[in-house]
Unconditional design. Structure first.
Length: 99
């Protein structure tokens, strides 16, 4: 990998379990077992307003936008992503709040 392919400007980073995630230029990136097996940092979805990210238990991750909206991805066997399903997600999915 040459220097042109290296991401710079990380503003937040969290590591644990089998994955590492971080925020750079408002985008959430992960590598390891983060909704897929990624050997290099991969952008999780298309949003560009993430402020922070947390790897949780390692098999699922969540990120908070600058407006306070929560998105999660990864293993969802027990509904831990909070999107109203038990479907695993490979990119950021908005968390729903029940009325």
């Amino acid at each position: 990998m040459n220097a042109a392919n290296k991401l710079r400007g990380w503003t937040q980073l969290d590591a644990g379990g089998d994955s590492t995630c971080g925020v750079a230029a408002g985008k959430a990136y992960c590598f390891g077992d983060a909704g897929g097996d990624y050997a290099a940092a991969v952008q999780m979805g298309t949003r560009e307003d993430f402020a922070s990210v947390d790897v949780g238990g390692g098999l699922h991750q969540c990120a908070l936008t600058s407006a306070g909206v929560l998105y999660c991805w990864g293993d969802n066997a027990n509904g831990q992503l909070g999107d109203g399903t038990t479907t695993d997600r490979s990119s950021a999915s908005m968390v729903f709040v029940l009325p």
